[in-house]
Design a binder for this molecule. Structure first.
Ligand code: DX5
Ligand code: ZN
Length: 233
């Protein structure tokens, strides 16, 4: 999966749900590349958010890719529902699917990009036998479930190790697998996250935490500039 660097994916978890459509339009106008859509089931994670109906409603207000992050268990039955609701990307947690290879195929067979999500303590070895079915990986830099948590520093090393593994794979196959990072990303640390090898950056509270929607564009472009500068230095 090759996209223009950097990709900023605002997480709607921190948006104002009373005006969700408008919030999405505001961040897209402000330069957001993807809409990060956090699905929580109060089972795999201790929180409860939104499902395919809300995805379908947002599909009608934006052309931006909808990046569905499934924090649910089991996974498979929701995949066709999100395909129907207009999702572009589906990522799911390694531990939440009984049959990872099958879930990846299911996502791709329905025409979407597929990705595996790694919690802070989940080993990268899950990638070893399924790389050919993966378009992106999502590395969690917080434990999933809530917005507004602090970035876990051991993620830097994990991003770098994932980058090396994926670069190796690209040399052998010509396929680029994208690295997305999620949790605690702010203007103050995005350069370090980018330098470690990430290409897509999820940000919830850093963007939607701004008091005024007029400030979304400012923080998105600040984050993009810092990510770009980190790669030029
Ligand atoms: C956490 C979610 C994240 C979260 C990020 O479980 O997957 O996408 O919304 O929020 P911030 O950027 O505030 O850490
Ligand atoms: Zn997320």
């Amino acid at each position: 999966m090759t996209e223009a660097f950097p990709i900023i994916a605002p997480s709607i978890l921190s948006a104002n749900f009373a005006y969700l459509g408008r919030e999405v339009e505001d961040v897209v106008r402000g330069g957001a590349d993807w809409i990060h859509f956090d699905v929580m089931d109060n089972h795999y994670v201790p929180n409860l958010t939104v499902g395919p109906l809300v995805c379908e409603a947002l599909r009608a207000v934006t052309k931006a890719p909808i990046d569905v992050h499934l924090m649910v268990e089991p996974v498979d039955s929701l995949v066709p529902m999100f395909a129907k609701a207009g999702a572009d990307i589906i990522t799911f947690h390694c531990e939440a699917s009984r049959h990872i290879d099958r879930t990846l195929s299911l996502i791709r067979d329905l025409g979407m990009k597929a990705g595996l999500v790694f919690n802070p303590a989940t080993p990268l070895e899950y990638l070893d036998y399924v790389l050919d079915k993966i378009d992106l990986i999502l590395l969690m830099s917080v434990n999933p479930g809530f917005g507004g948590q602090s970035f876990i520093a051991s993620t830097f090393d994990k991003i770098a190790r994932a980058r090396a593994k994926l670069d190796d794979y690209e040399k052998q196959t010509g396929r680029h697998v994208l690295i997305e990072v999620d949790g605690g990303i702010k203007p103050a640390n995005i350069a370090d996250v980018s330098r470690a090898g990430a290409e897509a950056f999820v940000a919830g509270s850093a963007i939607f935490g701004k008091k005024d929607a007029a400030l979304y564009a400012e923080v998105i472009s600040d984050m993009k500039n810092k990510a770009l500068a980190s790669r030029q230095a």
